[in-house]
Ligand binder design. Sequence first.
Ligand code: PA5
Length: 490
Amino acid sequence: MTEIKFDFNNMLSENLGTSNGVEANEITEIAPIVQNAHAHLEKVLNDTNSRLRLSLEWIRLPYQDESEIKKIQKLGNEIAAKYDAVISLGIGGSYLGLKAAQDALVSPYYNDFAKARKNRPRIYFEGNNLDPDTLSVLLKNLSPKKTFVVVISKSGETSETKATLLSVENWLKKALGKKYGRQIFAITDPDGGSLRKRVESEQKGDPLSFRNLPLLKGVGGRFSEFNMGLLHLAIIGVNIKEVLAGAKDMGDRCAISDYAKNPAYMYAILHHILYTKKGKSLAIMMPFSETLKSTADWYVQLLAESLGKKYPRKVEVLNNGSEEWLRDKTKLVNVGRTPLPCRGTNDLHSIQQNNVEGENNKVVTFIRVDKFRNEVKVPGKGDILSGKSFSQLLRLAQEATEWALVRDSRPNCTIIMPEVSAYYWGALLFFFEIATAFEGELLNVNAFDQPGVEGYKNYMYYKLGKPGVPQDIAQEIKDNPLQKNPKLIL
Ligand code: PA5
């Protein structure tokens, strides 16, 4: 079977010169660090206690129990057969992977045409913002009797998801009466959090209300598509087994210490050198496929939350040999490449000007698709485009973009996907997850927490009067209110 390939020709000094490309000796210089990083990652990934404590359990997701997968696939089919629409509530890691899967793996214009969606329900994503316009219009136009709601929140506390759930519940209740909870499905923490408590109390009254699936312990939001996204895959008719098989095969390829043969390690190493030694701090993710645009959005969260960190990691080994990762607050580092999602060819008429002639501080990752599900040939004879297929033109545009970047010594690389299928999409996500985890090791940060995201959440909770905001944070908010000088607002 053809595999996903990683082409890194255009990241090297041979093609770009030594100021902008990675030199062979720069790779050999960091080889000992790479070996240590591999050994460390392997150690924590193989230790159950560390995996659970440090949120590394995502590495096990491709190996989930087949009978559980079958049950989820069946449940998805049942929901799909019964309802005209599904509202999926969630944000961040509880949303981006689902949207990415939907755009990549089912037919384009899925919601618009019954045939394109094989008569499955239309899907609407909400709870990923607090914009009152979108939710109002949606609820005014959907029929509550024919709508199923899936709410995903690990904590159950995220304001966007919670506020939307309460609103959608109210809408269901008005139309359906007290059995409205039978049309709500919750995916949340197995033990704690307010959504789990809600599920438990609803189920005591009516076991068919707030049916639910647990999130696996030790899996953080942005690494959890192969867990919290499974019911969504089943509802839209994607074969979950194939997605997981792709992830598993990629996991096997990327488990080896020899970085010359490990595409995820090589991706991380080259980006790390370009970032730390050549000032390439922007990561442009540019699939040449409309269907992978949301996968680029998913990647933005993965990279930004995993590597964008204020403090380095301090590793502590506990008595049982497992690890605890702390933030070393004695050293301020403020590291992490900044991701930006783009798509070819659309953004060739926008950001590409800056990519080629703006500051030389970026690395572009292209995702090239070799075979599309459909083909269109430009008709007629009289034009240079006549007789050419769209996929041929798209491929040429991507090659031309590479050429334009190389000509101006701009580093870039290409991930070659044989096709956008469940198998290869699963492999692609896992490739990026492993590469990001490994880059976290090279950078010595905790790639699995997101203390920066908690900051805004805590500020909102404090202002809303929610109990439980940590004392020191509450004090900090009180002592340092936002200062606004009206003279500075024109
Ligand atoms: O990656 C993460 O953990 C975060 O982006 C979360 O997914 C996001 O904040 C939503 O949290 P929750 O699932 O608890 O509602």
